[in-house]
Write a protein that binds this ligand. Structure first.
Ligand code: MG
Length: 357
């Protein structure tokens, strides 16, 4: 078991599950963690290298990559290199490094099990199918400000945005859900995982979050995966696939009491970040890395009250415009693109009045 910062929760979980080893990425917490686990058989390690060491450890069968952000790419590649089955919850590995990750997974004969609820749903729809899919229907909640009139979006506060209607998530992803940048990332992830073009992915707003995504086949048949929203299901499925395990405490969907399922087309004036993500996917190369880095800078600035909600798309769009794309061949290009995009996006935060979109 590994964690980045939260050594207290890691210690608590280690006491409950007694793993052989725990790793805390931030070495400053090493002594605290060691102290908290004194007298237990669990070995305590610290540092990013130790995390990579665990991801490739000979006794590990499945690596659940739940590291947030770009930092998830290196351990994912390391685990694939060590022929581990990957249960992937980290978005950036595929959004930013999808070409490289999928190429390496193919070369090593590794299957990547998605944990993201939409991709798990698509994966589940495809189990047992031998014919290619025609179209993916990627569902979206529409985010926390989906009913705010478009002309008022400029004045929504971080507090308003952070109240998500369905999922309880971290703050960045909640904002990314409100702008649908998150859905854009998921479009890019789906394109890599299921080897489809952007034009074969339809984003559908589905407010009830019961259908987690659907797949259409050449004969017009559509398969959807449905359940009450609960991340334990996709996480467990990634671990138990191809089998399913009892999940007793999950709320069961009741078609008689849970009402109507609705579907809407996302308005692109409301969700410009979604268009930017489709652009980045179409452009390929380093552009998804630029999208991701600029998005992170913009969202952080919004959360700190430095820019308006509607400036998020403007900062990302202007950053993408100012960077020349290049075809992707090595990982180091991604780190370079990430750094450049962060610098340009940071400038765009304050220079925003001079940027024309
Ligand atoms: Mg998702």
């Amino acid at each position: 078991m590994t964690a980045a910062e939260n050594w207290e929760l890691l210690a608590q979980q280690a006491r409950e599950f007694t793993p052989d080893v725990v790793v805390i990425a931030n070495e400053a917490h090493y002594q605290n963690l060691r102290e908290a686990l004194r007298g237990t058989p669990t070995l305590v390690k610290a540092g990013v290298d130790a995390i990579e060491e665990m991801a490739t450890h000979s006794q590990v069968d499945v690596v659940v990559v739940a590291i947030v952000g770009f930092a998830g790419l290196a351990p994912t590649l390391a685990a694939i290199g060590a022929r581990k089955r990957i249960a992937l919850a980290n978005k950036e590995s595929l959004v930013v490094g999808g070409d490289i990750v999928m190429r390496k997974a193919d070369a090593m004969g590794i299957e990547i099990m998605p944990i993201d609820s939409e991709h798990s749903a698509i994966f589940q729809c495809l189990v047992g199918e031998l014919s290619p899919l025609r179209r993916i229907l990627l569902t979206a909640s529409g985010g926390s400000v989906r009913d705010v009139p478009i002309e008022k979006l400029g004045s929504v506060t971080a507090e308003q945005v952070l109240k998500h209607p369905v999922w309880d998530m971290g703050s960045r992803i909640t904002v990314d859900s409100a702008t649908m940048l998150n859905k854009g990332f998921e479009v890019i992830e789906a394109a890599h995982l299921f080897r489809v073009e952007g034009s074969e992915i339809e984003v559908v707003i589905h407010r009830q979050s019961i259908i987690h995504s659907a797949v259409e086949f050449v004969d017009g048949a559509i398969k959807a995966q449905m359940s009450c929203p609960d991340m334990r299901l996709p996480i467990q499925y990634a671990l138990t696939y191809p089998e399913r395990m009892e999940l007793e405490s999950i709320e069961r969907y009741n078609p008689f009491t849970m009402g109507t399922l609705t579907f809407e087309r996302p308005e692109l004036e409301r969700y410009p970040c979604l268009s930017l993500a489709f652009d980045a996917l179409g452009a390929g190369g380093i552009m998804p890395a630029v999208l991701n880095a600029a998005g992170e800078i913009a969202v952080e600035a919004f959360l700190r009250g430095k820019i308006k909600f509607t400036d998020i798309a403007r900062v990302i769009g202007s950053t993408m415009e100012s960077i020349d794309n290049e075809p992707l061949s090595v990982v180091s290009q991604l780190y370079e693109a990430d750094a450049t995009a962060r610098a340009i996006a940071t400038e765009a935060l304050t220079a925003r009045k001079t940027i024309k979109l």
